[in-house]
Design a protein around this ligand. Sequence first.
Ligand code: ASP
Length: 328
Amino acid sequence: MIVVASRNGNVGIRQAMAVLKAGGSALDAIEEGIHHVESNPADHSVGYSGLPNLLGEVELDASIMDGRRLASGAVGSVRGYEHPISIARKVMEELPHCFLVGTGAERFAAEMEFPKKDLLTPEARRIWLDTLNRNALGGVYRERTDYLDKIREWVKKSADPEKYTGTTNFIAMDARGDIACGVSTSGWAWKYPGRLGDSPVIGAGNYADNRYGAAACTGRGEMAVNAGTARSVILYMKMGMSLEEAGLEAMKDLWAVQDPYAGSMNIVALDRFGEPAAFSNQKTALYVYMTEDMDEPVEKARTYVPMTRQEWEKERSERAEGSERTAG
Ligand code: ASP
């Protein structure tokens, strides 16, 4: 049994493992783990206290995938519900659909009797407003003339993932060897209202298939959407690659995505043997995992894969020079 998560999953990974140890399913475990991140007021990238969109509304996205039967559920741009991961699970379990957005998703959440909650905390509102004011973008919706330019400029400014974006990824393998994967986020802060990233998009930010493994992403969602990143990792494993090779290949695919707003991209993954791995184009990025025989989760460095082929080649030649020097 194992639970693998993005680093912000540290607040819920022990509880997710406890679910597995008590005989719960991989789906139960990731839902439990993600709840803790969604409720964490210190995390401004997921659930309660997430940073809002350009209009000051917290819009949440989430998806869940059951690797036993290639079933999924997802919700996008949901307002007023703390646990979008649970709404996504209900979509998967109760509806003949796999993806609901906006008012339809909110209507369904009400029908499923999820409690409503105001998600915008004073702290998140302060960060939202200060930053808008600092960048003179507060009047975006009043000055229609340069409105789109301002949004583009803003997306560029907010491309620092450590500051303004974030998402949580959870993957679990239970005692039966079943694999499930969940992703939850408040998306890109100051986003255009209604914008969806990769997190609720199956194949982009989330994929699980018992036969091969699972993968989930954080970072600039538009890139993972355009490259089909999570599904790529699984497909590369199906084609015979190891998890390390598959993750590397999926990261390299991002080199072809010509995105003027390119930011960070990160993957956490698990293979069908229960081995974890993670990848990032940020040198110091970490992920976390916990197996049933650990008392505490461990944080590990992700495999670093530069953002461009040029940087990759430069890195490799510097490394080769370094090892020649050592050998000499
Ligand atoms: N991937 C998320 C999105 O694009 C944001 C993030 O992980 O930073 O909405």
